[in-house]
Design a protein around this ligand. Structure first.
Ligand code: HEC
Length: 472
């Protein structure tokens, strides 16, 4: 080797070293530093929120998996003000930031903001008090009278709150439920004529009884019974789907139970993960059903004269209804349903109408892929209102009490993902105003006007029910 070459080599060493060094830097970008540089100003230096939401509260409105988080960082959420980092960070760097968020999550644990004691809305200061605590996945609440509330816990327990005290013993002998995935004990509804007849209605996920095999097919089932000596008795089966329609999936059971002023009982079954079946009127899933309170089928049900149709059907094309309410003046049925990403809907349900799923929708699959480009088709109803992005609507009730006078007959809509209760003002069939009246206390599973005029909010996690009243 000539001296010239040697000199050249020596001269290049620092360059090579530098290149190697910057290569290692590139291979292992510093997530913490990138976070402080790009994200801290909005999500907080400690990741616990500021101008934008906390990244360590366990709530991922836009998807909890790493791939969703990476996508949200890369492409941003432009309409909400979350910038896109496609140009400023490499995929490796984005991954390092996600890893950093995960590390902080692990270190600190999920940090839940405490339930606020007061809440300000446009119309009222609200007092927030805990009505029932330490519940396991509560799903629904209804009231027997001013002093007695019934609360379902999804694993299969019916709980009682008596004079403001949660009774330690659940009601004995309630039906056996399949508690897997989204299934379990879902709704409870008290008969509007409870004082005369004592009936209580339950909706739950039912697995085929005598199934021999690994994964029992399941479907939503409706029963009613009476509560005597803290025991479920006199049970009557009101609706059970034919066994061949049961499905082995464990999601989209739908279900709320409501009564109109003419003695009908409505309930909904979700599509059970088979969207195409929501259009098939010979199948129970992806539909609203209407029966009488004793399980009989009203003679004027809309599909009565369609030979192949299920006679209990009232509407078609409903993906996964999680909220139902009857308008206190018109008796009309309103529902909220979980759409795919960007397709949560509010619908005024009318006899025999088709609400479109999964032929038309405003939503996309949660991985961003297209379900259908169609949002309209003749013969299919448009939603009366839809939420994009999806808030994960859950629980619905008209406010019918006297405590919040300005909110009379407005619609209370819960949201799981957004941890909110929204208040919708409806004129005829249109939503003319929407405001968030409660936020940040946990995922909202149900919302209900109590007989005392307070608003009761069922929170999934931590499992509790809070009571909202106007500040005195
Ligand atoms: C200019 C303000 C701003 C900056 C800077 C910003 N974000 Fe956001 N980010 C938002 C807003 C606004 C939202 C959506 C609503 C909310 O969460 O408050 C959001 C949402 C998110 C979400 C979705 C949260 C969920 O619940 O699913 C993630 C993840 C996220 N940001 C991560 C980051 C990361 C990582 C950075 C830095 C690379 C960053 N953001 C920088 C404003 C910002």
């Amino acid at each position: 080797m000539s001296t010239y070459n040697k000199k050249l080599k020596i001269a290049f060493y620092p360059v090579i070293l530098l290149m190697a060094f910057s290569f290692t830097l590139r291979a292992q970008p510093n997530g913490a530093a990138l976070y402080q540089q790009y994200c801290a100003q909005c999500h907080g230096a400690e990741l616990n929120g500021g101008m934008a939401s906390s990244l360590i509260d366990g709530v991922w409105q836009f998807g909890a998996g790493d791939s969703y988080i990476r996508r949200n960082i890369k492409h941003g959420i432009p309409h909400l003000g979350m910038p896109s980092y496609e140009r400023s960070m490499t995929d490796n760097e984005i991954q390092a930031v996600v890893q950093y968020i995960r590390n902080v999550e692990d270190e600190k644990g999920v940090v839940k903001p405490p339930t606020p004691e007061m809440h300000e809305t446009m119309d009222y200061f609200m007092e927030v008090e805990t009505f029932a605590d330490n519940l396991e996945i509560p799903w629904a609440i209804d009231f027997i009278d001013e002093n007695t509330a019934l609360i379902t816990e999804r694993p299969g327990r019916l709980r009682v709150v008596k004079n403001g005290v949660l009774q330690p013993e659940p009601i004995k002998n309630t039906p056996k439920v399949l508690h897997e995935g989204q299934g379990g004990l879902m709704d409870v509804a008290v008969d509007p004529l409870y004082d005369e007849n004592g009936w209580v209605y339950l909706a739950y996920s039912h697995a085929l009884d005598d199934f021999q095999g690994e994964r029992a097919p399941a479907m939503t089932r409706i029963v009613r019974g009476k509560i005597e000596n803290n025991t479920w008795t006199n049970e009557q089966l009101l609706y059970e789907a034919p066994p061949e329609t049961y499905r082995t999936t464990r999601h989209h059971y739908g279900c709320r139970i409501v009564f109109d002023p003419w003695g009908h009982l409505y309930f909904a079954i979700g599509d059970r993960g088979a969207g195409y079946q929501a259009q098939d009127n010979s199948l129970p899933n992806g539909k609203v059903h209407r029966i009488y309170k004793d399980g009989g089928i009203p003679a004027n049900n809309p599909f009565m004269h369609d030979e192949k149709a299920m006679k209990s059907l009232y509407s078609l094309g409903n993906r996964n209804i999680q909220g139902m309410a009857i308008h206190p003046e018109t008796g009309q049925l309103w529902t909220t349903e979980h759409g795919p990403m960007g397709g949560d809907e509010l619908n005024l349900i009318q006899a025999g109408k088709n609400y479109g799923w999964e032929t038309v929708t405003y939503g996309r699959n949660y991985n961003g892929t297209v379900i259908t480009e169609l949002t309209h088709l003749p013969g299919m109803q448009q939603p009366n209102f839809y939420w994009n992005p999806s808030i994960a609507v859950c629980g619905l009730d008209f406010y019918t009490g006297d405590l919040f006078k300005k909110w009379k007959n407005r619609l209370l809509a819960g949201a799981l993902k957004y941890e909110e209760v929204r208040l919708l003002q409806i004129e005829e069939d249109r939503v003319i105003h929407e405001q968030v009246i409660f936020k940040g206390a946990g995922r909202v599973r149900d919302v209900s006007t109590g007989p005392d005029g307070a608003i009761y909010v069922v929170l999934n996690n931590p499992g509790k029910v809070v009571r909202l009243t106007p500040e005195k």
